[in-house]
Design a protein around this ligand. Structure first.
Ligand code: ASP
Length: 408
């Protein structure tokens, strides 16, 4: 078949277009294809924990001494916090200029029951880092805990007797190689998986796609504009000037993970593909990707951060609340925390808005205003989350004097 000879990202694009048409025009037939999406997502989730675990250990042991780890950690966190804050400020400026929420009708159409229970606090985020039981954390897919344990494990491998150190290092390197092979195999099925996922979502949301109008559309456009500015202006400039790398070549290399992030709305599910593209296409070493990407997929969410800020400001405007400078600063700070605390799964960002709303004393029902457009905005913000993680990996690799395949 000719279509199989096309590059993977073209196959995915074709699958996306066909899925939208399929889901929109024959929604009743979606049950016959949605299983492909479910199986694809299951397969991705299947590899995440062993992939992260072996990759971090293999990365940390290859770093050598603890000093290296500290330096890399500091750089990574600085990048994550700086770009997320930049994204939030971009959103804040737009939402203050456009004021999409002023004059919005507060007749809520959807209920938000139960959302408040799911809100996370700063303490929860810290607690999630240290698992009570690592096997349980792995089984539950609590990625932050797994990362923490893997970093400790990798670090202490480097401190034991050479005999043990060598065999453990080889062992985890070998597991990592195999996990990458399995990932590559799953990636081949991305177009089919994406077809199943997108057709199902389009069929489910078809009426809303048509009904979204008025203020909600303007609000959505504010988020989208902010995301586009961050993805196509701010991040490329940082990659160019700080990373001394070619942002648009790198963007092309990232086509498959970005389209997958868009279709699945999950940074975590996309992680295996992000790692593969960075290592094999953009030429970043495993030492850097294994450390930065799993961490990034859970805590670095520029798109989500921007979205939290715009959404909270929109709700405040709709309630006629004029936020002072200090309150807006609180929005920026809590939006940053909310993006760090959001899991890399669909709609996690929507739940985390409760953190921001509570901080500035707005009713949680306000979320009802933005539910209708959340799905589509989730797709876009997830792509921006993954794009920022990948830019971070390139910048850090370049700062570690790696040549990579995207250097200027
Ligand atoms: N879906 C997003 C992600 O996985 C999180 C969010 O809902 O903002 O990156």
């Amino acid at each position: 078949m000719k279509i199989l000879k096309l590059k993977l990202h073209w196959q995915i694009l074709i699958a996306l277009v066909l899925a939208v048409l399929f889901g929109y025009f024959i929604p009743t037939a979606v049950v016959y294809v949605s299983w492909m999406g479910d199986i694809f997502l299951r397969a991705l989730k299947m590899v995440i924990i062993p992939l992260i675990f072996s990759s971090i250990i293999s990365g940390v042991t290859s770093m050598g001494e603890g000093k290296n780890l500290g330096r890399l950690g500091l750089k990574t966190l600085t990048y994550y916090l700086a770009t997320s804050t930049l994204a939030i400020l971009t959103g804040l400026i737009i939402v203050n200029l456009v004021k999409p929420g002023v004059g919005v009708d507060l007749g809520f159409s959807q209920s938000v029951e139960g959302l408040a229970d799911k809100a996370g606090s700063v303490k929860d985020i810290l607690y999630r880092l240290i698992p009570e039981n690592i096997v349980d954390a792995m089984a539950q897919g609590t990625i932050l805990s797994v990362i923490f344990f893997a970093i400790l494990f990798g670090y202490f491998i480097t401190t034991v007797d050479k005999k043990y150190k060598d065999s453990l290092t080889t062992f985890f390197d070998a597991i990592f190689e195999v996990m990458m092979k399995i990932t590559l195999f799953i990636i081949k099925f991305t177009p089919l998986g994406i077809f199943g996922i997108v057709a199902k979502e389009v069929a489910r949301n078809a009426d809303q796609l048509v009904n979204i109008a008025g203020s909600l559309a303007i609000y959505g456009l504010c988020v989208v504009t902010g995301l586009l500015i961050h993805a196509f202006i701010s991040l490329p400039l940082i990659v160019h000037f700080i990373g001394k790398a070619k942002p648009f070549t790198h963007f092309r290399n990232m086509a498959t993970p970005l389209l997958t992030a868009f279709s699945t709305s999950s940074s975590s599910a996309t992680l295996p593909l992000t790692m593969e593209a960075l290592e094999h296409k953009s030429g970043v070493s495993n030492k850097v990707t294994s450390f930065t990407l799993p961490l990034g997929a859970t805590i670095n969410m520029d798109g989500t951060a921007l979205y939290e800020c715009v959404a909270a400001m929109f709700i405040a405007q709709a309630y006629g609340v004029d936020l002072s400078f200090t309150q807006q600063a609180l929005v920026v700070f809590t939006a940053l925390l909310a993006s760090i605390g959001a899991a890399g799964i669909p709609m996690a960002g929507l739940v985390m808005i409760t953190v921001v709303l509570t901080a500035i004393g707005l009713p949680l029902e306000g979320i009802g205003l933005i539910l209708a457009v959340d799905r589509i905005l989730d797709m876009l913000r997830t792509s921006v989350n993954v794009w920022s993680d990948s830019c971070g990996a390139v910048i850090i690799a370049r700062s570690e004097k790696e040549e990579t395949k995207v250097a200027i």
